[in-house]
Every structure is written in structure tokens, then in C-alpha cells.
Write a protein that binds this ligand. Sequence first.
Ligand code: BGC
Length: 746
Amino acid sequence: MPVTNPQLADKHLNARVNALLAKMTLEEKIGQLVQYSAGVPTGPATDRQNYATMIAAGEVGSLLNVGDAKTANMYQKIAVEQSRLHIPLIYGLDVIHGDRTVFPVPLGLAASFDPAMVKETARMAATEASADGVRWTFSPMVDIARDARWGRVVEGAGEDPYLGSAMARAYVHGYQGDRLSDPTSIAACVKHFAAYGAVTAGREYNAVDMSDVMLRQVYLPPYQAAIDAGAVTVMSSFNSLNGVPATADPYTLTQILRNEWGFQGFVVSDYHAVYELIDHGIALDSATAGQKAISAGLDMDMEGNVYHMRLAALVRDGQVPEATIDEAVRRILRVKFALGLFEHPYADDKAPAYVATPEKRALARQAAEESLVLLQNQAHLGQPKLLPIRPQVHTIALLGPFGDAQGEMLGSWSGKGNPADVVTLRTALEARMKATGGKVLYAQGTEILTQSETGFAAAIDAAKQSDLVLLTLGEDGPTMTGEAASRAHLGLPGNQEKLLEAVVATGKPVVLIVFSGRPLVLDWAAQHVSAIVEAWFPGIEAGPALTNILFGDVNPSGKLPVSFPYAMGQEPLYLSQLPTGRPAGDANLSHPPRNAAEKYLSRYIDVPNAPLFPFGHGLSYTEFNYAPVTLSAQQVSVAQLQGNAPALEASTDVRNAGAVAGTEVVQLYLRIRGASMEEPVRQLEGFQRVTLAPGETKHVTFSLGFPEMSFINAQSQRVVEPGTEYTVYIGGSSQATQSAQFNIVK
Ligand code: BGC
């Protein structure tokens, strides 16, 4: 069902759009479809003049990569005062996980399973970005990512469409606020449309080929959730989908986005992607590239220099109807009017310089604490569990390349993030240990990517003198994660694994803290290290958040939004796999194990099917017990599932059986059997963060209706079918064992 965006559908606003459109020349119309990067021009832009001249002539509608109020106002003044129709520019920027106040990378934010908090981070980012004149962010990135080789896993919410949709809504609500016209609101841009996360073999910019069922069931829901939440712009993706480059794909850009979902905003290409249609091989020249893109529904050309140079001739030659241009202009002007750019084109360039206020730091710290995932926490040689760190621990060796690396904590796409704002683990740890008379021995040990072992001796020496080792290892945020950072090896880079082995060989208790933007292969570590924390890239409050978690001032609550493999060859690895006729029994506990000695099963002969750390996994310092699942009904009729109202309640009691308070992410999974299609062995359809005092029990209820119970059939329709059996699992990870069943009947 198409959803109308009231902010764009407003009658008065559309009357203004049409009145302005009526005054525009063809060149001025095309100008609105042109976006350039304010940085150094790239690509074959030899015929490009300077921006001031082009803006004054009405040839440019938008700039990206202007991040300061002065420059923004300088160009804006030209647009507003010198161009014939005084149409303001819209400034776009990649504000991805915070603007100047940098929060954890999006994958880390997703690990919080806390959309309300994520919304707050997006709101703060919007306030900071808009102060610099940026009223449009190229975020959220909602591409479902199931292959850890792809570097951009870090930019999204991971492998699952339900979690991904929840995060998509949170970002959009945060960026756009209650009203787009609020000067602190910024337009969201849902990207990268569509299915970019499924690039073949995890290789960046590669082709995607998938069934329409898979597209609609797994990959499209987060984009649609963002549109339904009000997102006013969309970015097309670099990949092709079933042989058609997404930047020129009428099926996704017009049929799905406009006709089916009712999207009224505009679509911008990804960087230079219109021109790259030539490299895709569907256009022999840039004119054809432009013709194919605009005809498919691609409104704004980011940096491609194609619309600017070729569209006018295409219209004059009759190859592109002027009505197509008009429609694209309308979509862009709608957003400019909705943002109130005509009333408030300028940023306040006298605003005081940025200060990381206590309020900003508190949100950054909360976000980081909630993003940290305690992967493993075992007893070490007869001692109690290593974490939380006990008061008896007097000397801590802090080792590895991430312990005191401010810039590394910001991760990829850190925008205006300033390493100087970051409090490192070393700084926070030293302050804390000093207060209790303890000691920190710091040694970096190695670099992120080197084979040199010159630092090993000092690290081993520090380890030997300590009661406990905190070893920080991982990937380089800017170069090994994010765009153009696909990896075929998912181990720790350089000689970090060697350092790990050497430190473990000292016999000292080791807590491994992993900094990464994707699941890494941590098999050796899981076998030899007692405690492991996944830290992602935590942002400016990395150090305080980590120490709070390590010492137990804050009980960890993060859960994995992606599955961690035993071995790289398992990729793509994800929870919601389709069943096979020969289940091996060790994936997701959905099948009773068959005879382990049986050969002809769907499995590897050298690694398990199951992940090392599964989706939804994350430990706490307390223990949560789950009572059996109860359902409000054993049967639901198809008639009850008309509309989106809940038709059934699934509930359980969750008890904090430990000695400390804690927050649990209670997760609900479904398996559907007996349908016309095979359905995943388990899929997430609900989660709630629940905080419990020691000994406390809470009754947790989930409502299920058509959105949760439906699936895509072979005709690409979202349906429920009579005669199907649903198993509901509720627990603290995707391995939840408490379950109950109901049926859908006629
Ligand atoms: C990326 C986008 C980004 C754009 C603008 C592209 O290379 O794929 O995610 O928004 O650049 O910076």
C-alpha cells in the first residue's frame, strides 16, 4: 500500500512548486538536477567552470561536501541573490554516525538494539550538521549485509531486515525531527537503493543477482521502513540488480519506489554513477547514460556531469520528454520547500565553535556502552570469570594498537569528527586505576598492519608484570572498513594474531577487545582467550564506555547484529538461512541433530555450519532465565490478519537470576512451515530491551499480526497462508530454546 508523506503532499507546498516550475527555463530546470562535490572535481569534468559562475547561472541545484557555514553561506548567497529565480542550494554531506560528536559506527549502534537511543544520536547529528548549513545527510545506509567480506557492513545495521527496519526508522525520525522545516532538521537519504549489500562475493561495487522473492523479503524492507517513516530522499546504488544498473533501473526506481510505495521525494545517484553506466556497458556514451537514468526515475546526478552536459540536448532532440524533467524538478523543489530553505537559506556563521559538552558526551558514552558486545567471559585457570575486573586486580597491562589511538575510535565516515575529542581507553583506564591506587602498563606491541615484531618484547614484558592483560586488536577503521574495503581474509590484520599468541603464552589472564567494522574470524582467540569484547569503533567516548563495561559499572547489553564465522569460507553467513532437505542439525538449533556420522548432509566437512558467535548473541554479568512461551491463541484465521492489527500475543517471563542489575534484549524469532514457499529456519520478528533488578521478573509480551507473520510468495506478493504452522521462539539470542506453536487457518 503506498504511503503518502504529508510533508511532501501538502497542497500549498505543491502549488508553490508548480508556480516556480512554470517560470523556469529548460536549463534552469536541469540545473536543479545537478549536484557537484565542492571538493576537487573528479571524472571527465573538463568542461566544468567554477561553481560560483555555474550557481549564478542557475546550473547547479546542490553541492555536497561543504561542511562549514561560511562556505555554505558564500555559495548560497550567489544562488539566492544572483541566480535569476533565487532558488536556494541544498547541501548534502555524509553525516553517518554523528557529525562532530562521533557516536559508534552504525553497526555498533545496531548492536544496541535500542532504536530510541539511535534516534537521539541522529537528532544530535542533525542539530550539529544543520548549524553548518548541511540540511541533507546521505544516511541512513540500510543495506542488508550478510557477507562479512564487504567493507560496508560497518555502515549499516547488519544482516537482519527486522532489526534493519527498526534502525532505519530511528535514523529518519532523528534526522528529520517532527518537521522538516525546523531549521535543526535535515533530510534523510536512504541508501543505497537497492540490494547493494548483496554484491557477489562481497566485492565492492560488484553485481547483484537475486530472486524477486529474496529482494522483497530480505533486502527491501528497511528501505521501505525508512520511506514509510518519512524519508524524503533516496540514493541509488552502484551495483546492478539482475543485470540492470540500479542507477538506471525503472523497476526499483519507478515501479517499486514510486508506484508501489508512493515515494514523493527525489532520488540522487551515488557518486558519479550516472556516468559509470558506460562502464556497466549499458550506454555507449554519456548522453545515453543520462537518457537511461532520467527515464528510469533518477532525479539528481551526483558529480556525474552528465545531466548538466547532456540533458538539454536530449530534450531538444525529443529523446527525453520535458515532462520527465519537470517531474524530477518537482520532486527536488518539494524537498527544498519542505525544508524551509526558501525562508531560511543561510546557516548561522557566527555560531560559537564546537564544544563537546557534558550532554553530548553523555549520549556518546551511553551509545558506546550499549554498542559493546561481551562475546565470551570464562573463568581463567580456576579463577572466577575475568569480567567484570575485580578490585584485587592491581596492575593492568594495556596492549595493542587500539589502546591509545584517538583517531581509530572514530571509524569510517567520521565526517567532521576530530581525534582530539576522543578519550581513549588508556586515558580512561589510567584515571580509574590511579583513583584506586592501581597501575597501568601500556605498550602498543605492534601496528595494525605490519610484520615487524620490534614492539613485541615490551608488550610481553608488561604482560608478565601484570595481573590482567587488556589486549586491543582489530582492523583499521578508515582503510579496512567502509567503502572500497572488501577483504578476502577476515582474520586480524598484520601480525596481530601472532602478538595475541605471544601474550596468551605468558599464561596471564587476557581480555581481548576487538575493534572492527565487520565480523572477524576469532576462532583461535575464542579457544585461547577467556574474555572477548567486540567494541566496533565506539566514537569519542570509547575509553570511558569501555572502562565502565570492563569494571562492571555498566552491565553489558549489546547483542550481535551480524553472525561471526569460524572460518571465512562460511561467508555469506547469517541466521535466516533457508532450510535444506538434508539439514545437518547444527545451524540455529532449528532441526533435531541427525546422526553426526552421516555423510550426506548439508554441511562442511571441516567447519561447523553454525557461527562461532550467532546473531543476537551477547553476554551480561548477570543471568536471565526464560519461562516457557505462552500464546494468546493456538490458531489465527486469515480473516483476523486483514490489515496490520495484532492478532496474537506471545509472552514469557524473564527473570534476572544473578546478583546484579542488567538489561536484556529479549528477542522473538519465528519459523514458518507448511507454506507454499520454504521459509528461513529462524527470523527475527520482535525485540525489547528490558531492565531487571537482581531477582526481578518481568512479563514480556510481543504482538504479532500480518507484518510479522506474512512472507513473500512466488508471485511476489506479501501473504499469509492457511495450513501453515508457526513456531515462536523467545530468548536472549537467536539460539533461544523456549518455544510454542500456532497455526494459521482459513
Ligand atoms: C558512497 C555514498 C556516499 C557518496 C557521497 C559514495 O562514494 O557510496 O555512500 O554517500 O559517495 O559521499
